[in-house]
Design a protein around this ligand. Structure first.
Ligand code: FPP
Length: 282
């Protein structure tokens, strides 16, 4: 499996150019299992060009396509894209409606490519609040790709990290009521994780945010507990394959300790500890 990873990527790169050299620095055995992306900066990208904000969203489709394709070619397991938050309803109605139109356009154009490339589509969020037409198209695309076994793409739509946690707890309460075990109900991490929209998926190892904002914006609050954060100044419509490779290369340089220590840092002998503390060695 590891050997075949990245092979499909090199097939579309140009030997010896910058992307190729960067891809060569990436260790296929240590790829993130799951990448999550906060796609930000569409509006500012448009404003810089004196265009309406929706032009930025339209231009944001190409990087979605490029990132999905690159993750699939790298042999990654999961990609989660933050397309619409529960807070985004506060935007002007025309902008929100345009986002649904773009989503439907994306699904129509991309479905054949998703099928060809063995990509499975999934949605996380409260999609029951979406216009019926967008819900239908999403359900159809999810169904059509449900037997694919390659990259899984989670589109986070009408998604909120707090809403997800509330939904998970309510599901556990409902389950306990059905089973008549409400009195003894106690939660643990495993129970809660089992009711998240992403249940069964590995947590993201790498969270990318475009446009330079240093915020989490209510995204995957539970799942990103130990994710490595990578923020780029690039606006989402300008995000290219090379930017994703840069993020993965940077991720592989990080020293991930999950609250523990690297082996080199944990070799303090009991004698040394005793000396530092000024107490006799045990
Ligand atoms: C954030 O930029 C972007 C969004 C809220 C929408 C993301 C949508 C797309 C990339 C379009 C297509 C996506 C799919 C999945 C079909 P912003 O508007 O907050 O930018 P700003 O911070 O510069 O105003």
């Amino acid at each position: 499996m590891v050997l075949t990873r990245m092979r499909d990527l090199f097939a579309v790169l140009t030997p010896a150019d910058e992307e190729w050299e960067l891809a060569l620095t990436i260790d296929p055995a240590r790829l993130p299992a799951h990448i999550a992306i906060i796609m930000d900066g569409n509006g500012r990208w448009a404003r810089m060009r004196s265009l309406p904000r929706v032009a930025g969203h339209k231009a944001g489709i190409e990087p979605v396509r490029a990132v999905v394709e690159t993750c699939a070619r790298m042999g990654l397991g999961y990609l989660t894209l933050y397309a619409f938050s529960v807070e985004n309803w506060k935007r002007p109605r025309t902008e929100v409606e345009t986002l649904w139109r773009l989503l439907r356009y994306y699904l129509k154009i991309e479905l054949p490519r998703l099928l060809r490339n063995n990509i499975r589509l999934n949605v996380i969020g409260r999609i029951e609040a979406l216009p019926a037409s967008a819900q239908d198209d999403l359900e159809q695309a999810i169904q059509a790709t449900s037997h694919n076994s390659g990259l899984q793409v989670n589109l986070a739509i009408n998604y909120g990290g707090r809403a997800e946690l509330v939904d998970a707890v309510n599901r556990l309460i409902d389950k306990a009521r059905l089973e008549g075990t409400t009195e003894d109900l106690r939660l643990d991490e495993e129970m809660l994780a089992s009711q998240l929209y992403t249940a069964g998926q590995p947590d993201p190892d790498l969270l990318i945010r475009t446009s330079g904002e240093m915020r989490i914006s209510n995204f995957l609050l539970w799942q990103i507990a130990y994710a490595e954060l990578y923020v780029t100044e690039t606006f989402w419509p300008d995000f290219k394959r090379i930017d994703l490779l840069r993020a993965v290369a940077e991720y592989q340089k990080r020293d991930r300790r999950f609250g523990g220590l690297t082996p080199a840092a944990s070799t303090n002998s009991e004698e040394l500890v005793a000396e530092v503390l000024g107490v006799p060695a045990p």
